[in-house]
Structures are given as C-alpha cells and as structure tokens.
Design a protein around this ligand. Sequence first.
Ligand code: NAD
Ligand code: UD1
Length: 337
Amino acid sequence: MILLTGGAGYIGSHMLLKLLESNHKVVVLDNLLNSSYESIKRVEALSNKQCIFVEGNIRDSECLNSIFNKYNIDAVLHFAGLKAVGESTEKPLLYFDNNISGSLQLLMSMQKYSVKKIVFSSSATVYGDPDELPISEECPMSMPTNPYGYTKMAVEQMLMQVVESDPTWSVATLRYFNPVGAHDSGMIGEDPNGTPNNLLPYIAQVAVGKRDKLFVYGNDYATYDGTGIRDYIHVMDLVEGHLSALDYIVNNLGYHVWNLGTGSGHSVLDMVKAFEKASNTNIPYQIVEKRAGDIASCYADATKAHQQLNWFAQRSIEDMMEDTWRWQSKNPDGYTN
Ligand code: NAD
Ligand code: UD1
C-alpha cells in the first residue's frame, strides 16, 4: 500500500489516478489547505476505484502514526507542501514549518514504523541560476533566493543524510521542471487559489475571460525572443516518472536524484502562440518589468531518468495546451462549479 501525501492537489490528484489505474492501493493524506475533496471524487469516478482518504496534516505525528499503524504502507510518495514563491517570502516561517517540519515529522514516523522508501517532490529551483544548460543532476545546488526554494533544498539534504546514516533507506528525489497540463478527460486539472502565479494557469484564465490580459515579465532576456525560457512538462508524463522511480527504489537502496523534464525549452511567447492555436482564442498580452528572482533560461538534461528509469516525457506542447484548455473550458471556476 502507498501513502500519498498531498494527493488532493494538482499533481497529487493526477498521481492518485495513475496509481489506482496501476492497481496500487492508496492512502491519501491531505489537509485540503490548497485543494478540494472534489478532486478525489473525480479521480475515483475516472478510475472506477477507491482510495482511503485521511483529512489530516503531515505535521501531526499522531495522525501519521495512526496511518502507519493501521495500514501496511510499503512506500510514501510525498507531495504535500506549500508552493507559492511570493507567499513564502512574506511568510517564511509558515513555509519552514509546513514543508520542512512537516517532512521531518513524516520521516520520523516512517522510521518508527520501518517504512524506508520515499519519493520526494523537489524542484529545479534548487539549481538556482545555473552556469550551464541543459541542467543535469551533476549541476550543484545553489542557495535559493526564496524560502520556498530553501525548503526544497533543506528536505533534499535531510533525505540524503538519513540515507547516509542508514543505507537501508531508498529515496528518490525528483526535481520537477515546469509541470503543466491536465488529464485528457478534462475532469481534473490545476485549480489555483486567487491570481495564478504560474504562466499557463494565467494564460488559461485569460482565454476563458476571467482576466483581461497576460503580463509578460520582461522581453530583454538573453533568449531568442527576449522572454524567459522554461522546460514545460505534461503532468501525466511527470506522474508516470514517479511510477518508474517507485519501481526503481523498490529494487535499489540508497539515495537517487532525477530531473523530470522534457529537455526542451520554450519561451513565454511560444507558449502564448501555442495556447492560442490549441484553444482558438486570442491572448492579449503586455510586456512589463521582469519579476524579481526570475532567470532567463532553465531546461533539463533528462538523460539520467531515461537511462536509469527507462522514462522520458512523451507528450508534446500541443498536448499540454489542448489538455489545459479542455480542463479550463469545462471547469472555468475549477472545482467549485
Ligand atoms: P498543490 O498545492 O496543488 O498540492 C499540494 C497539496 O498538499 C495540496 O492538496 C495541499 O492541501 C496539501 N498540503 C499542503 N500542506 C499540507 C500539510 N501540512 N499536510 C497535509 N497536506 C498538505 O501543489 P502541486 O502543484 O500539486 O505540487 C505538489 C508538490 O510538488 C509540492 O511539494 C510542490 O512544492 C512540488 N512542486 C510543484 C511544482 C509545480 O509547478 N506545481 C514544481 C516543482 C515542485
Ligand atoms: C516558478 C517559481 C519556481 C517554481 C516554479 C514551478 C518564481 C520566481 N519561481 O518558476 O520557484 O519551482 O514556478 O512552480 O516564482 N511569466 C510571465 N507572466 C506570468 C507568469 C509567468 O511572463 O504571469 C513568465 C515567467 O517570467 C517565466 C515563465 O513565464 O519566464 C514561467 O513562469 P512560471 O510559470 O511562474 O514558472 P517559473 O518562473 O519557472
């Protein structure tokens, strides 16, 4: 049985669907801080399978212990966390408490019940502004400029040192590049609270008429059209990467790190054009000042995951746009309609 923390969230709900479809038994632990139980109901309807849902906090050791006590958990997929970069700079202690202390409680409970396999959702943010592109796992981590990034780096360090102290653990740290898109049913997808921070949810809300125009943060970066370049990866490819990583750590002890990206970069203006094409809409935009903390380009060297996990991202930019549009147009108000 798998414990999936954060399973009601954007990526976690797609992970839950993939796990249920692959005949895994799953306990989801989520406090619904940034999500809705509706996502779980939709995943259960899509898969025609049920999970065990526990509404609770990863910082609550009693809750964690009762889960490990009651269910025979083989491995943990750890998605729960807060992820808004801007909010993290305003409320760093909240982020340290939730993401670092929460992960610590989870690891202590796992140790207590001898559950020693974990897949952790990290981020390419741990590379900072890289010296070389594409970014391979060999690229050193650099001190993140915001508390959110710091929490990812801190949890990675914790996991590494746990394995050093006890080599019977198996840990997969997955560094996501830019997850986008939705399941192709249009039933589950990303439902951000308030104004979206990330590019694609913002574009999708312009397309559906919820926002007037996109603000493009800077057009004088050293890139082919001056706008920022990122490695956008379809959320279904991303969760398939987790299944491969899970298989790997079942058979290989130790600490493992993989980038999950496509290996290709696209500019902000490329994304606008591709979305317009997929949705047959017009996305008005205005160039504004650069956003603090942004970098010009970031894309993965994804060969390590290909070689070791036999995984690579298969879905195209067109798939990402069409699936985002299907989700957004069917659910203009996310899960609340
Ligand atoms: P999300 O906010 O949609 O999902 C996170 C889930 O965790 C939510 O359902 C939330 O309610 C839950 N949660 C938060 N704190 C909790 C706590 N203390 N106890 C129990 N549940 C808690 O975010 P997402 O986009 O699905 O991201 C999932 C993971 O992937 C996060 O760890 C995030 O930092 C990481 N990540 C995301 C991206 C991205 O672009 N979305 C990129 C890199 C890494
Ligand atoms: C952001 C976070 C990063 C996090 C990642 C995935 C910041 C500084 N970084 O990265 O820590 O891991 O999300 O969750 O917030 N853009 C616009 N207009 C918008 C939104 C974005 O022009 O309204 C541009 C950005 O400048 C960037 C690109 O679009 O060039 C992608 O932005 P975004 O989706 O926020 O992802 P990241 O910047 O990679």
